[in-house]
Write a protein that binds this ligand. Sequence first.
Ligand SMILES: [Zn+2]
Length: 444
Amino acid sequence: MTTSDPSAFIVRGQVLSFRDDPFAAGSDAATAYQSDGAFVVEGGKISVAGPAQDILASHPQLPVERYTDDLIMAGFVDSHVHYPQYEVIASYAGDLLEWLDNYTFPFEARFADREYARKIADLFLDRCLANGTTSASVYATVHPQSAGTFFAAAEARGLCMTAGKVMMDRNAPDNLRDTAQSSYDDSKALMEEWHGRGRLQYAITPRFAITSTPEQLEAAGTLWREYPSALMQTHIDESRNEIAEVRRLFPDARDYLDVYERFGLAGPGSNFGHAIHLTERERDAFAATGSGISHCPTSNMFLGSGLMDLGQLRGGANPVALGLATDIGGGSSLSMFRTMKAAYEVARLCGYGLHPTHAYYLATLGGAQLLRQADHIGNIAAGYDADFIVVDLRSTPEIANRMEHLSDLAEMLFVQMMLADDRAIRATYVAGRKLYQRSGAHEH
Ligand SMILES: [Zn+2]
């Protein structure tokens, strides 16, 4: 076989991919693992994948990037993260609302300055790549240029990213409020410029019910009807204080989700952060309407918000679409390894065992599904975009030691998810280009 792309190449290593959703099909049927696998990258995409022997034989002319001792998998998808909060990580506060007032809002105010926004967007995206995250659904600040600046930085790197300007017209400092009309106008202008441009898509982003008037939620719903291919992201049922405040502000609503449903802000393409303290009606409505949830376990533990019951939401008979997310800066790590570990621990505290293949699925293809991009990112398969990572399976002495006595693939994945972090990311490729390579004495 020949390729028309002169820069085409083969990647060879231990390749992990998914044939199906492991929550539905079971771990063994859903997971594909080639201990000596390979795939061809051409034109920014994976054109063919399979056993190394076959791929090498059918493409003898192509150069080979060899990672024989490493795991090759799809880049991580972080389904809920606030890039303007990169510098807020690890800020001590009593609870969510206090943390927003004391740290987050003052930092977000800095994004009125375009140069500052550019600096943080670059820093954030470079750290995402160093952590093996190649796609994310990102909150900007209320300032329209904070979203524009982020999109430009993502486009410069060729990244597949989702983002939106936060809509927030009450219960926030003066310098962080828009109006129902200006948020509609600004979001629309951003969508016209960025939604569907290259690898970018827009998410309509009312911050949460507390910081939006009914008029603004109405405007958000109108926007979504006008641009149904855009996504919608917001927060829900994160902390008890927050829920009490939503009840006070929307006394007619049946519950928190109902506030959003009334304005047409639920259904496929919606992405709700947290969803910890759901009522039975909300849980049923999530499944029935095809609304999605981003599980943010490090954030939930850091802010003491509560334990999301992953087994109940994803493991049961009426599963809800679910992604895994760092929620920086409520979350404490940009690493999706750390996030999978926290998800495992939170699930354990709820009495549910999160199998490693299920966790890796949520951190890649499951997140892509939530963002309506599972047909081209989140997996290693023919036709997929070549967004993938090279995982050093012996990145610390403890991991290297543990790797000496493994019984199977699931155990290997589990050891990595419990012990690894950004040190394990040897290289990150985006659309076939190596955008990150770990430096250090132990590189080979
Ligand atoms: Zn958040």
